[in-house]
Design a binder for this molecule. Structure first.
Ligand SMILES: NC(=O)c1ccc[n+]([C@@H]2O[C@H](COP(=O)([O-])OP(=O)(O)OC[C@H]3O[C@@H](n4cnc5c(N)ncnc54)[C@H](O)[C@@H]3O)[C@@H](O)[C@H]2O)c1
Length: 311
């Protein structure tokens, strides 16, 4: 098949692009490189640097494309609180631009990378796709709005759509910005460089950590599944892990004892979040294979930043 991946030079996008190219598909990537790196992409993948809001550019890239993976987005919850307009422009505006271009060029299917963040505080766990979203950040609002645009424009225009709500993905190449790094690479980096591991809140808050190759398997399957059309799926491990348990797992794979520093002043986000992945199992044949300790071990071996710091 012929794919375009927006945001395809980023963490998830580049892993997906390389997998699809490896499977023999034709892959193009559009990325403005605001958070991605061209070097992540293997030879043979056609790369265009540009903005997902550039509709004429989208039109030219989408000629003869069968399926678009839409991953281009600003991705930090903390940053979105400071810059909601920017998050709206890229995550919502960029999605509308893409859907207009898809409609004009006759692309058959769009797969949107949405987020487990849209659930916010839910009293019942694990969360199901039918639970009413309670987004608690501009980032989460923007992903929910993007879902609505993809599904609505898709339904009006006969475009097949699939929405995947990805939970806390981790793996090699995930960006590690100093001010708002995701928790897995942040803790690992701090442990390996002798820094303090700071937990916001009491450490009992839970998340659903899912290894990148499992996420990519879900994305790949979403392109071919007939049962997935028009649907929304949670993509997580289905395992609930507290930050304290994450620290224990990091301690066991690195062999280092860790004494975290607790910052109770700063909110640790929602108290519990774990995905029900039954619908993804049924419609996408989704089956997470990598446990948290195996994922952390792979990260230590495969990510240059952690390899160098270990030596
Ligand atoms: N990583 C996770 O845990 C996670 C969880 C839920 C959802 N998601 C979603 O998956 C997608 C990929 O996330 P990621 O973790 O790989 O982040 P990432 O930042 O590595 O990837 C996003 C990519 O989009 C690009 N981009 C940003 N603005 C753009 C624009 N205006 N035009 C073109 N490209 C632009 C960035 O340069 C980057 O390469 C995002 O849509 C994110 O919301 C990720």
């Amino acid at each position: 098949m012929r794919f375009l991946i927006t945001g395809g030079a980023g963490f998830l996008g580049s892993t997906l692009a390389n997998q699809l190219a490896h499977d023999g598909h034709t892959v193009q990537v559009l990325d403005d490189l605001s958070n991605g790196r061209r070097e992540h992409l293997e030879p043979g993948i056609q790369f265009t640097q540009g903005d997902v809001n550039n509709v004429p550019l989208l039109w030219s890239l989408l000629q003869d494309v069968d399926c678009v993976y839409h991953l281009a987005a600003r991705v930090s919850v903390a940053q979105s609180i400071l810059y909601p307009r920017d998050y709206n422009a890229v995550n919502v505006g960029g999605t509308v631009s893409l859907m207009e271009a898809v409609r004009a060029t006759g692309v058959r299917r769009v797969i949107l990378a949405s987020s487990g963040a849209i659930y916010g505080v839910q009293t019942e766990q694990p969360v199901h796709e039918a639970d009413f979203p309670r987004p608690d950040s501009p980032y989460a609002v923007s992903k929910w709005a993007a879902e609505q645009y993809v599904q609505t424009i898709g339904a009006l225009s006969g475009i097949e759509t699939v929405v995947l709500r990805i939970f806390n993905a981790y793996g090699p190449r995930q960006s590690l910005p100093a001010s708002h790094a995701p928790v897995v690479p942040r803790f690992l980096y701090q442990v390996l460089t002798g820094g303090s591991v700071v937990i916001f809140g009491d450490g009992r808050q839970t998340r659903d950590f899912v290894y990148v190759t499992d996420v990519v398997a879900g994305l790949v399957n979403a392109a071919a599944s007939k049962a997935a059309v028009g649907q929304i799926f949670n993509i997580g491990s289905g395992q609930e892990t507290s930050l304290t348990q994450l620290i224990e797992a990091i301690s066991s794979v690195t062999g280092q004892s860790i004494t975290p520093v607790y910052n109770q002043e700063k909110s640790g986000g929602v108290q519990r979040l774990v995905a029900d992945i039954t619908p993804a199992r049924m419609a996408l044949g989704f089956q997470p294979h990598v446990s948290l300790t195996d994922g952390l071990r792979r990260l230590l071996v495969e990510d240059e930043r952690f390899k160098r710091d270990k030596e």
